[in-house]
Design a protein around this ligand. Structure first.
Ligand SMILES: [Zn+2]
Length: 317
């Protein structure tokens, strides 16, 4: 089981001394894990979602991975690549009531499938690649809600700022994964899972919010020179097994980021299993990631998130 001294389970901080913030909002920033690569970042006023994927369809696996076994008791239908990408509205509605911004790292279905529904429901601004924009347009999300980026932008949104980081997709299929495809314009909903399988390029995001610098990855790769100097205090780090295809993944990452105070593993769970299912195999596999981070950055506090349990960050300003 999880036994590292620097490991902290979600929900430990209750920031006591609230100071003033630029927006006059003194609530602490919270991070809430939605499963897969999905997160909610909130100060109680501004709600930012990252890759929110709550439907957790029993769908096909990424390239090079065998079909996942069905979780005992999971009677949901199996989805193939040619099936319509159908969001589980009841699960989404149970957990997502509002959002102001949705950041999408890339347009694989385990990142983007729920975004059109959430965008239409919340009227949030969706930020992502041209591929992300075209998925939104297929579902008639309004142009006013779509901000298309390619990496390198540094945007001010008033209550927070957002640096868009060029990045790379996880090295799936033992480094044979490659996709240069972008979701084309002109598609009409409902898209199939296959139509949500164009990567469209991959981005990471640095969210500067109430003095915190939160760096979010959507998978297990990065461009080292693009992340040097970002100095996040919080890093959401892809922790699934494909990271082992990379040379010194955790060591290079921790050094480039100058040893963030908090490291939160992301994209480590089995996203084809429903929320209530056991994630023990994924948790067991996570042990080696925890060891890597502990070895590379012993002072970093690794927080293992639990679904839908808010993690409060210390109040900075
Ligand atoms: Zn992907």
């Amino acid at each position: 089981m999880l036994r590292y001294c620097a490991l902290i389970v979600a929900g430990l901080y209750s920031a006591a001394a609230y100071a003033s913030s630029p927006a006059g909002n003194t609530a602490p920033v919270t991070l809430t894990y939605l499963g897969t690569a999905g997160w909610e970042i909130s100060d109680g006023t501004t709600v930012i979602l990252i890759d929110p994927y709550l439907s957790r369809l029993f769908g096909p696996q990424p390239p090079g991975r065998p079909p996942a076994p069905r979780t005992p008791g999971d009677a949901r239908p199996a989805y193939g690549w040619d099936d319509p990408a159908t969001p589980d509205k009841s699960v989404i509605d149970a957990h997502i009531s509002r959002a102001d911004f949705i950041l999408v790292t890339h347009t694989h279905y385990d990142h983007v499938l729920d975004v059109p529904y959430i965008a239409l429901k919340t009227h949030a601004t969706v930020i992502g690649t041209e591929s992300t924009a075209n998925v939104m347009r297929a579902y008639s999300v309004s142009e006013e809600q779509i901000v298309t980026v390619r990496g390198g932008e540094d945007y001010d949104f008033g209550t927070f700022s957002l640096k868009v980081i060029p990045s790379l997709h996880s090295p799936l299929d033992h480094k044979h994964y490659f996709s240069s495809e972008t979701t084309p314009a002109g598609l009409k909903a409902p898209l199939t899972l296959q139509q949500m399988h164009s990567e469209g390029g991959t981005l990471a995001y640095l969210v500067r919010f109430h003095g915190h610098r939160i760096l979010a990855f959507g998978g297990m790769n990065y461009i080292e020179r693009e992340i040097q100097g970002l100095d996040p205090d919080v890093a959401l780090v892809g922790a699934a097994g494909s990271r082992k295809e990379l040379y010194d993944y955790s060591g290079r990452l921790m050094r480039a980021l100058r040893f963030p105070e908090f490291v939160l593993p992301t994209h480590w769970d089995n996203f084809t299993a429903p929320y209530g299912a056991s994630q023990q195999p994924a948790l067991d596999a996570l042990q080696s990631f925890l060891q890597e981070i502990h070895a590379a950055s012993p002072k970093s506090k690794v927080i293992l998130p639990k679904y839908f349990e808010a993690i409060s960050l210390p109040t900075l300003k």
